[in-house]
Design a binder for this molecule. Structure first.
Ligand code: AP5
Length: 594
């Protein structure tokens, strides 16, 4: 097996080794645009005997022999902000050269519209020339359109000069656009004015100069330099005032990812700090990606798609279940789910009814359900997936409003749970409700916690909207209860009831476990039914050995979920042919399993 040792040397030095995948050329430069982006193919580093090759999609990787194909890491998303002339554009030039991000400057986009004489340009011109902000709706539409383009998704983006108002920040939130880092350049006011007044632009290359600080390289360039119409002292003061009025609202929206930079230093010094910050994010991601790959390689080598089940744990009557027992079932569910998703299934149903997860028993523990959900979610995030964990909200209106008792407080528990490192909840794991609107583009999969109908209210329509929006992405139902529960008031949801129930059946059973008891009792356990995708349903009988220890022995297996009659027969030692009808001592099982 290939060696997996990884020394820090693999990550050392070369920030440029952190590469985005093959970079396409930038769009042709427009007049007065900042310098055109030049992309470099950067050499990819070898990780011991594995070669890591960038992959078009950010999260996925595939393994063939000893070659690992993967995305090096998710692309960077950077916002840069600061007062007029704080040096945003100058830093952006350098960042783009180094990191290959797509530079989206609202100032540049607007200036391009103005110089092309478009309708937008005509509307924007007077605002820009007076130093005021261009109306939000124009700028928001422009940025949303640019961010949604493929290059920005693949290479990452560098947003310069946006958002500039609270409404703009809100628009990004609605689009679920969040930066990895918000760079805030700080420069004293008097320096800003001097920088603006001395600024010159090269209309050919888009490069930014300053008559004193950064003069042009040749007379030829000097002759063609232009001054921006909004770079007079008076207009700069107006722009600065507007910036100050808006900056607080924007800064507070990104305080969790904001880094202030003293930009009153030479541009190279400022860039040194900027690039260190960005490289750190990339490095962290790269390490995480590589660790995931290694984990995956080890797991695949150790157990190429095989059932790791080691038999049903005993002492299931002891409540609370031991940590080991719980972990055992979480792993069992996880492995079945992974296998099912690997096989391309996207509508998965998990039914696990050990006593602590059976809401019909008084030993039911919501914490165990939450723990199971967390184990599943974190395991998928380890594989680089972004998982949305969904708990349905209140359903119905008026007297019928409410949520199933089983789910009360669930959302809060999820929020307060320990999700490992600080970044996980909110980045790789997100919490949501059930419904079409809950599906975001960035979500890779969805775990739905015990979705269920409440009396008189049906969750299935929301569920259907959600799966429609999810498309081919996996949706996992954990312990769903989708039987109709009509309201006693006579207000029954009968419209489309059959279709809804039919829809509920479209989910494939990926895991089933339930204990079997005598009719009307929950003690003693007489056996169990288990199915872990893609294996057969296994029917177990619980027996007590001579030494008093209990164990579970398989008495039959089935390709489909066995009927109560089949289970009765297996327990009574009959084949289906011998007994067409359930009867006698084992007849009790029918009602338990129906
Ligand atoms: P925009 O083009 O974004 O202008 P700005 O934010 O005012 O910023 P500047 O481009 O003036 O400065 P900068 O920080 O990029 O500094 P630069 O690197 O060039 O927007 C223009 C207008 O468009 C707005 O007024 C508004 O009307 C409209 N607009 C844009 N976005 C909008 C939005 N979201 N909503 C509504 N309206 C919007 O550097 C400045 C000078 O300093 C240069 O000469 C440079 O060489 C020099 N310099 C840079 N760094 C250094 C350094 N470290 N040391 C010394 N000199 C330096």
């Amino acid at each position: 097996m290939a060696s997996l040792s990884l020394s820090s040397a693999h990550f050392s030095s070369s920030r440029s080794s952190v590469s985005t995948s093959s970079l396409s050329p930038s769009s042709p430069s427009l007049p007065l645009l900042r310098s055109p982006i030049r992309h470099r193919h950067r050499s990819l580093r070898r990780l011991t005997s594995f070669s890591v090759v960038p992959h078009r999609t950010s999260h996925s990787f595939s393994i063939c022999n000893s070659q690992i194909r993967c995305s090096v890491a998710e692309p960077l998303k950077v916002m840069i902000s600061g007062a007029p002339a704080s040096g945003k554009g100058t830093q952006c030039e350098l960042i783009v050269q180094k990191f290959g991000l797509v530079h989206i400057s609202t100032g540049d986009l607007l200036r391009a519209e103005v110089s092309s004489g478009t309708d937008i340009g005509k509307r924007a011109k007077e605002f820009m020339n007076s130093g005021s902000l261009v109306p939000d709706e124009i700028v928001i539409a422009m940025v949303a359109g640019r961010l949604s383009r493929e290059d920005a998704k693949e290479r990452g983006w560098l947003l310069d000069g946006f958002p500039r108002s609270f409404a703009q920040a809100q628009s990004l939130e609605k689009l679920n656009v969040k930066p990895d880092i918000f760079l805030l350049l700080e420069v004293p006011d008097e320096t800003l004015i001097e920088r603006c007044v001395g600024r010159r632009l090269d209309p050919v290359t888009g490069k930014i100069y300053h008559i004193k600080n950064y003069p042009p390289e040749s007379d030829e360039i000097k002759e063609r330099l232009v001054t921006r119409p909004d770079d007079t002292e008076e207009k700069v003061k107006a722009r600065l005032q507007i910036y100050k009025e808006n900056s607080e609202a924007i800064i507070s929206a990104y305080s969790d990812v904001m880094v202030k930079i003293d930009a009153n230093r030479p541009k190279e010094v400022v860039f040194e700090e900027t690039q260190t910050l960005l490289s750190q994010i990339q490095l962290k991601r790269m390490i995480k990606t590589v660790m995931l790959i290694m984990k995956q390689v080890l797991a695949d080598k150790a157990s190429p798609v095989q059932d790791k089940w080691r038999g049903i744990p005993t002492k299931l009557n002891n409540i609370p279940h031991s940590r080991d027992i719980r972990a055992y079932f979480y792993e069992d569910v996880l492995q079945a789910t992974i296998r099912s998703i690997k096989d391309g299934n996207s509508r998965l149903r998990v039914d696990i009814n050990i006593p602590e997860l059976n809401p019909e028993m008084d030993v039911y523990r919501i914490g165990t359900l939450m723990e199971l959900v967390r184990a599943l979610a974190l395991s998928f995030t380890d594989d680089g997936k972004r998982v949305k964990v969904c708990v349905q909200g209140s359903m119905g209106e008026g007297a019928l409003a409410g949520m199933p008792l089983q789910l009360a407080g669930t959302r809060k528990i999820l929020e307060y749970m320990d999700w490992g490192d600080d970044e996980t909840l909110g980045t790789f794991v997100k919490l949501g409700a059930i419904g079409g609107k809950e599906v975001d583009e960035e979500d890779d999969m969805f775990i739905l916690v015990a979705p269920q109908n409440a009396v008189g209210n049906c969750i299935i329509d929301d569920l259907q909207a959600m799966t429609n929006a999810a498309g081919k992405r996996p949706v996992i139902l954990i312990n769903p209860r989708l039987k109709d529960l009509p309201a006693s008031s006579g207000i029954m949801q009968t419209m489309g009831r059959e279709q809804r129930l039919e829809y509920a059946l479209t989910f494939d059973n990926c895991y089933v476990f339930r204990l079997l008891y005598y009719l009307g009792t929950q003690y003693p356990i007489i056996g169990a039914l288990r199915m872990a995708y893609p294996y057969r349903y296994e029917l177990y009988k619980r027996v007590t050995e001579e030494n008093g220890k209990e164990k579970y022995v398989v008495i039959s297996t089935y390709s489909e979920r066995p009927t109560p009659e089949q289970i009765n027969d297996a327990f009574s030692g009959k084949s289906r042919e011998q007994s067409k009808k359930s009867s006698g001592f084992w007849g009790f099982l029918s009602s338990v399993l129906s």
